[in-house]
Design a protein around this ligand. Structure first.
Ligand SMILES: Cc1ncc(COP(=O)(O)O)c(C=O)c1O
Length: 405
């Protein structure tokens, strides 16, 4: 990374980082909540992996070493241990592994706020009705997951509470620590969908009392689609039985991957029992490179930087009279700013014609963002900077002044 300075003469890692993401030259890319953009370093890691497979067939020992290296790096990112991390396909896979692996009984219940969850953290629970799991649903409070209401619904049969750490829309942060502590006191499995927080805010699974955390690698982790990771706290993992089982979930010591030692078997320790067959080595190679970058800068620093950008954008919108969801920026905002009226539209259009026209104007000017639940959603990552904020605000201001249309 090149050394450079910001106004206070401090080394600013974000300036150097931007140059490694070529998409920033074409777009004002504020859509990591949808999917990330790839860095040159990640692309080089992908190419190196493909070249090795193409020209040499690949070295399996090195491929397994990659899996263990990345497991360890990701564990470090969230303050877990490597044995507490399983490889998955995506978030849905991880959430379903927990839903089907926990020792709950018919008549037990799970509590969630479906209106603020992604469908992928709702269907896994609906699917278990047929096996007798009750789904207790709470309503949101002004776009926030209502922790008090969740707590009120807890009873002796509650086995799981599940929330997203940051909702995909309107993008507010959940007080994970508070809810986690309550669940821990009551022996309830606290399951977190980390789609919108891992890689962008500091996450410490221990301090936050998280028992399970599912992520995919194509957003804040700056990697590829088709891969996810599941954290399961060791004490819980050891009490769980995976719904699917294959060779890598079985403990045969150092035996070959195609070995089998009779029909009796012992599950792998911790979350490793959820690993199945061969891995997504390509996406893991990509993640190996992106984790280096995230770990090098550090989660706390990233979180502070992204909050600074989000607050500047939210404040700027407010000054222009654009309705910011949730009002004045505060601790509920991480790297996501949403504007408009929640629920006033869908994932393709906004009901308010003026906001729809603003969205079209920004799209026409190479701003990348998403429409979600009737809101325009802007989301930042380490390659963004204040110029991006100014550009969005400048275009919005020009639009509002009727200078453009
Ligand atoms: C909160 C949340 N959960 C889950 C997902 C996606 O789940 P999966 O990785 O299974 O596709 C997304 C976005 O795509 C999301 O924003």
């Amino acid at each position: 990374m090149n050394r450079n300075t910001n106004e206070s003469n401090e080394f600013d890692p974000f300036k150097a980082v931007r140059a490694d993401f070529p998409a920033t030259e074409r777009w004002t890319y504020t859509d990591v909540s949808g999917r990330d953009i790839l860095s040159n370093k990640v692309r080089a890691a992908i190419d190196a992996h493909l070249d090795e497979r193409m020209y040499n067939g690949g070295d399996k020992a090195k491929m397994f070493a990659l899996i263990e290296r990345v497991r360890e790096k990701y564990a470090r990112l969230i303050s877990a241990e490597a044995d507490e991390i399983a490889y998955t396909k995506n978030i849905s896979d991880g959430l379903n592994m927990v839903a089907t692996g926990l020792p709950w009984q018919p008549g037990d219940n799970v509590i969630l706020c479906p209106e603020l969850e992604h469908p992928n953290n709702v269907y896994p629970w609906l699917n278990l009705h047929r096996k007798g799991l009750e789904t207790r649903m709470v309503d949101p409070h002004n776009g926030h997951i209502p922790i008090d209401d969740i707590v009120k619904r807890i009873d002796a049969r509650t086995c799981i509470v599940t929330v997203s750490s940051v909702s995909f829309a309107p993008g507010f942060r959940t007080d994970i620590e508070r809810l986690g502590r309550i669940c821990r006191e009551r022996g309830i499995f606290f399951l977190v969908d980390g789609a919108q927080s891992i890689g962008v805010i500091k996450t410490d699974v221990q301090n936050s009392y998280i028992d399970g955390l599912a992520v995919s690698t194509q957003k804040g982790l700056l990697g590829l689609y088709g891969m996810g990771l599941l954290y399961v706290r060791r004490e819980w993992a050891e009490r769980m039985r995976p719904a699917y089982l294959a060779r890598f979930g079985v403990d045969l010591g150092d035996a070959h991957e195609a070995a089998m030692d009779g029909y009796a078997y012992k599950l792998m320790p911790g979350a490793r029992r959820f690993d199945l067959g061969n891995y997504n080595f390509l996406a893991t190679a990509a993640l190996d490179a992106s984790l280096d970058l995230l770990l090098e800068i550090g989660s706390e620093r990233i979180e502070r930087y992204l909050a600074m950008l989000s607050h500047a954008l939210a404040q700027g919108f407010i000054e222009l009279g654009v309705p910011v969801c949730g009002g004045a920026p505060g601790p509920h905002i991480t790297n996501i700013v949403t504007v408009g009226v929640l629920g006033n539209g869908n994932h393709a259009s906004v009901e308010d014609p003026r906001m729809n026209a603003l969205a079209a104007h920004l799209v026409a000017n190479n701003i990348k963002f998403s429409l979600r639940r009737g809101l325009l959603r802007f989301s930042f990552h380490i390659y963004n900077n204040k110029d991006d904020v100014e550009r969005i605000l400048g275009l919005t201001s020009a639009f509002l002044n009727n200078e453009i249309h």
